[in-house]
Design a protein around this ligand. Structure first.
Ligand code: IVH
Length: 684
């Protein structure tokens, strides 16, 4: 900063000039650090310059234009909702290929369409994040929109501005008048792990994978939170543009993006012919685990832009590009030990403790072994080397063992325990060992924890802030034994728990108080009766109308209800025959739980119910919504008399499609079912 001297009492022009230079200097530091991964100065020098900028902006706010200042990267006041806005050129999706044959088909089709034999392709990793379109006007970042349904998306400008490697001002001189730059927002594997570690320590929600973390951060109404997430944007193309002439190839277009200040992945390459594509696939397959970000495949784009135009589009995807997807990720690890986990209903599940291994960007150290039948079928023993698979968001599983590595001295059979590892009650085996169940019920600490977690969960009593870690501490310290004990908690007790301050304790007490008024079906669901999920709890509540009537219901009457089977009915009956359960429900009523019965709800909303388009209709909900979660929408629709189903069939009346609606939308369209978007929806 030696060339920038600044004295007090300078005139406005001098101040503006000084300010401009300081901004540029800091932008250079930022670009070197965040985009080139090659810092120019030490943290101290950076902090000093940044601080000087902050002071200048505070002192001279009246005469400085700070709209694109590096200080704007920290986010601003939360929004109440995102504006929905159309892309000037739709954001398409990609056709998928899975094997060599698909690649051969892609190549052959393109030689025919372009009538060219030796084709070159620009290749890139397919990043697993959130697609974004950033609009620049005269070189300045104007607004940013999520992909949405491809035609319109949500305006998330404030959040995108916080992403350090997104240029707020384009560099260089070949600047377009307007341009939509497209790319993927991701969070690196390392940063994702750190983010989850912090969340876990605070008992906050952890993200299932980096993609969810990136998408969740960008769709945050509070950009100050987004600013704290280490998001990155990698550019991969352009949408609409004016005042700019495209180069001849995709590769040159990518290089232009780089010159403007965008970051590209280090893996961008041009390859020749079908063999070149397959070779790139092989090489990237080996490199995948070492890349800093998650990828779910590769993208091949015809390099010559004139040939892209010639090849054209089908429906929602270009014919000139292909996503070559990787199979679900499988890696090798070793079983260090096998533990037995006891669930809410007492089910005992064998879990392999693994030597930690990265699978799809997540460190996996536990994987389910399902049950003893599966263990035998897959021939798995303790200390075996095994193949572990993680597909999407599901719990990792052990796929098979590698018996060729087995060491006769260390290997051990996996034997199901006779008594519960937590409470030492007997374990009963059903179906020839396939199902193992601890008979301890409320006496078992593990079941107690899981039952209380279930009771407090969102679809049950919805006690906001009652996280798993809190329940575990409360049960371990024997402060609570049953859900009813939750309502006796107080400030001194809660604030002595780990990571519970005064404020979060007060919030939790508030949430407990709120949860005391509850709809009958939620209360039934919260009791955790075996096999009684949300749907059957609703069916029972609607049919019987009161807790007392459900308690006295006969098996026959329960079975007569659609959605209630014989097994479920017998579980309900058995529930009320256990004196401990009766005691629990009585205790809950005694602490002041007020149950709202469905008839009363129906009477209040009767008028709305008959006179609305959803009454008596079968509705499927897909995708995500800005205004509500899918569960909230489901509750609203059910209150209007709709039946919500999970899959699209000829019986479906409406499909309510949010953002990222996928196969269900395609199926509904194919069946000619009416599709309703969030904008068209009137449920209030
Ligand atoms: S090109 C017309 N390149 O994949 C071409 N897309 O199914 C449109 N994606 O939501 C996209 N990495 O966000 C392209 N290197 C890459 C990509 C990529 C990830 C995503 C994209 C889109 C989806 C398409």
């Amino acid at each position: 900063m030696s060339d920038l001297s600044f004295k007090k009492n300078n005139n406005p022009i001098e101040i503006q000039e000084y300010y401009q230079n300081l901004c540029e200097e800091i932008n250079r530091y930022n670009y070197a650090y965040h985009t080139l991964d090659a810092p120019l100065v030490s943290d101290q020098v950076y902090d000093k310059a940044y601080q000087a900028l902050v002071e200048l902006e505070t002192q001279y706010q009246d005469i400085l234009d700070t709209s694109l200042s590096p200080t704007k990267r920290v986010g601003s006041k939360p929004l109440t909702a995102f504006e929905v806005i159309a892309h000037k050129v739709p954001m398409l999706s990609l056709s998928n290929g899975f094997d060599d044959e698909d690649i051969a088909g892609f190549y052959k089709r393109l030689t025919e369409l372009t009538q060219t034999h030796a084709l070159s392709f620009e290749c890139e990793p397919k990043l697993d994040g959130l697609a974004i379109s950033i609009h620049y006007k005269n070189g300045r970042l104007d607004y940013a929109v999520t992909r949405g349904d491809g035609v319109e998306g949500e305006k998330v400008t404030e959040n995108v501005k916080t992403i350090r490697n997104v240029p707020l001002q384009l560099k260089g001189d070949n600047l377009p008048k307007e341009i939509e730059v497209r790319g993927e927002i991701i969070i690196n594997k390392q940063d994702f792990l750190a983010l989850n570690q912090i969340a876990e320590a605070r008992d906050d929600k952890v993200f299932a994978n980096p993609r969810n973390a990136a998408a969740g951060s960008v769709r945050q109404l509070d950009s100050r939170i987004a600013a704290k997430r280490k998001l990155k944007m990698y550019a991969y193309g352009v949408g609409a543009y004016s005042g700019f002439t495209l180069p001849q190839t995709q590769y040159e277009l990518m290089q232009q993006l780089k010159l403007w200040g965008f970051q590209l992945t280090d893996e961008v390459e041009v390859v020749d012919g079908e063999e070149g594509l397959l070779d790139y696939y092989r090489r990237m397959g080996h490199k995948r685990a070492d890349l800093p970000y998650d990828i779910d495949g590769l993208v091949y784009k015809l390099n010559r832009l004139d040939l892209q135009t010639k090849a054209g589009f089908i429906a929602k995807a270009p014919r000139w590009a292909l996503a070559h997807k990787f199979p679900a990720e499988e890696v090798e690890s070793e079983i260090l030990a096998v533990d037995f986990q006891v669930g809410r209903t007492g089910a005992v599940t064998p879990v392999a403790r693994l030597k930690p291994v990265a699978v799809g960007g997540v460190i996996v150290s536990n994987a389910t072994l399902h049950n003893i039948d599966e263990i035998k079928r897959k021939d798995i023993k303790v200390h075996d080397r095994v193949i572990v698979r993680r597909a999407g968001d599901v719990i990792p599983e052990v796929v098979r063992s590698l018996p060729e590595y087995r060491d006769a001295n260390t290997t051990q059979e996996i034997v199901m325990p006779k008594v519960c590892p937590v409470c030492q009650s007997n374990i009963e085996y059903i179906n020839d060992q396939a199902i193992a169940r601890c008979t301890g019920g409320w006496h078992c600490r593990a079941q107690r924890k899981e039952r209380i977690k279930h009771f407090a969960s969102r679809k049950a009593m919805d006690i906001d802030g009652m996280g798993d870690k809190i329940v575990e501490q409360l049960v371990d310290k024997e402060i609570i034994k049953t859900p009813a004990d939750l309502y006796a908690l107080n400030l001194p007790v809660l604030s002595q728990l780990e990571r519970m301050g005064r404020k979060s304790s007060l919030n939790l007490l508030d949430a407990l108080e709120k949860s005391k008024t509850v709809l009958l079906h939620r209360f039934i669901y919260a009791l955790g009766i075996k096999d009684i999920g949300e749907v059957s709890a609703k069916a029972l509540a609607n049919h019987f109308g009161s807790l007392e009537a459900i308690k006295n219901a006969t098996l026959e009457e329960m079975i007569s209800i659609h959605d209630i089977g014989e097994v479920m009915a017998s579980h309900v009956k058995a529930f009320w025959q256990d004196p401990l359960n009766i005691e629990l429900v009585d205790a809950l009523i005694a602490v002041g739980i007020t149950i709202i019965e469905p008839k009363k709800v129906a009477a209040e909303v009767a008028e709305t119910v008959v006179d609305n388009p959803f009454f008596g209709k079968t509705v499927v909900i897909t995708g995500s919504f800005a205004e509500f979660t899918r569960d909230e929408l489901k509750e609203k629709l059910e209150a209007l008399g709709a039946k919500c189903s999970g899959s699209v069939s000829s019986k479906t009346d409406f499909l309510i499609a949010g953002e990222k609606a996928g196969s269900k939308l395609a199926k509904a369209q194919a069946l000619g079912i009416k599709v309703i978007t969030e904008d068209e929806l009137q449920v209030n």
